[in-house]
Unconditional design. Structure first.
Length: 309
């Protein structure tokens, strides 16, 4: 859809430019055609036929009902929407379109909920957020200073956590660097996760999709698993699992993932060996649970595929 609209925009620009040039040369063309024999019977140029065909196939958006035109333009990304503004300025600069583009990539910012937001152009907000994201993806701390300075995000743990939780335009490695130094933000971010009625490996994969796992087994990984275990038990009190038990199971799943998925490990851990290791590690072992955990990793792969833990 976006490619079709872009072609339509370019065709409309060429048509309007041709119309403006034609108005200045109208008298010259009339005299030229009068001097040609049977000029009225000659077929139109191929380019004119193509333009006529395109015009018949793609009507001018300005002639359509506004709600339909906006629905069509909503398929465009920011770059194509700026291009469309060269032809349909009033439509392509509509605040609804730019608000949708903002919230598609940055689902939450402190600025959205402020009372003076009605006086701010969402097109300008998009440009500020895009600039801030580029800075963040190069250096997380410099990027966050930009967001704070422009009033896009308030420098409070809960606000930063909600911003991270609802944003897809930020580099996960840079988010990890920032969270490693701001454990207060990490606490608030994990509180936003809901793992109710989810199998432990599925919940842990979801966790590592949001918060990238580190490349080592240092204190940051331990802090992540500790906070995840507490949140998992909070969401699933009926399971009767303690945070220590979930913590041990999570670490066991990570080690099993490395063992089964790494090409450097020749002698893979068997299901019986995994069950025996879990039985020796936790106070109230459940062999059936351990067996299901092994099967999940064996069939679905690494628990944190983006990391080399």
């Amino acid at each position: 859809m976006g490619q079709v609209l872009r072609s339509l925009i370019e065709e409309e620009q060429r048509r309007r430019c041709a119309t403006m040039e034609g108005q200045g040369e109208e008298e010259f063309e009339t005299n030229a055609f009068d001097s040609r024999p049977d000029a009225s019977s000659s077929p139109p140029p191929l380019q004119d036929c193509a333009s006529a065909s395109s015009a018949a196939k793609f009507p001018d958006l300005a002639e359509l009902p506004p709600e339909l035109s906006l629905a069509i333009l909503s398929y465009l990304k920011a770059t194509d929407l700026c291009l469309a503004a060269c032809v349909w300025q009033g439509l392509a600069q509509d605040e609804i379109l730019w608000q949708g583009l903002c919230k598609e990539q940055w689902g939450y910012t402190t600025l959205y909920g402020q009372f003076h937001m009605a006086l701010v152009s969402f097109r300008r907000v998009y440009l500020l957020l895009d600039e801030g994201s580029l800075s963040f993806n190069a250096d997380a701390f410099r990027g966050m200073e930009y967001f704070f300075e422009k009033g896009l995000v308030k420098n409070e743990p809960a606000e930063i956590a909600r911003f991270f939780h609802n944003t897809v335009a930020l580099n996960k490695n840079q988010v990890r660097r920032y969270l490693d130094s701001r454990r207060d933000v990490l606490d608030k971010l994990i509180e936003l996760h809901n793992y109710e009625d989810q199998f432990l490996p599925k919940a842990l994969r979801k966790f590592f999709l949001t918060i990238q796992a580190p490349n080592d087994r240092g204190t940051y990984l331990q802090a992540l698993l500790d906070k995840f275990s507490a949140q998992f038990c909070k969401c699933n009190p009926r399971l009767g699992l303690t945070t220590d038990t979930v913590y041990i199971l999570c670490f066991s799943l990570i080690l099993l993932s490395v063992d089964l998925c790494s090409p450097h490990v020749k002698n893979k851990m068997s299901k019986r060996e995994f069950i025996r290791n879990v039985r020796n590690a936790i106070q109230r072992p459940d062999d059936d649970l351990a067996g299901h955990l092994y099967d999940d990793i064996y069939l679905r792969g690494h628990i944190a595929p983006a990391a080399e833990v």
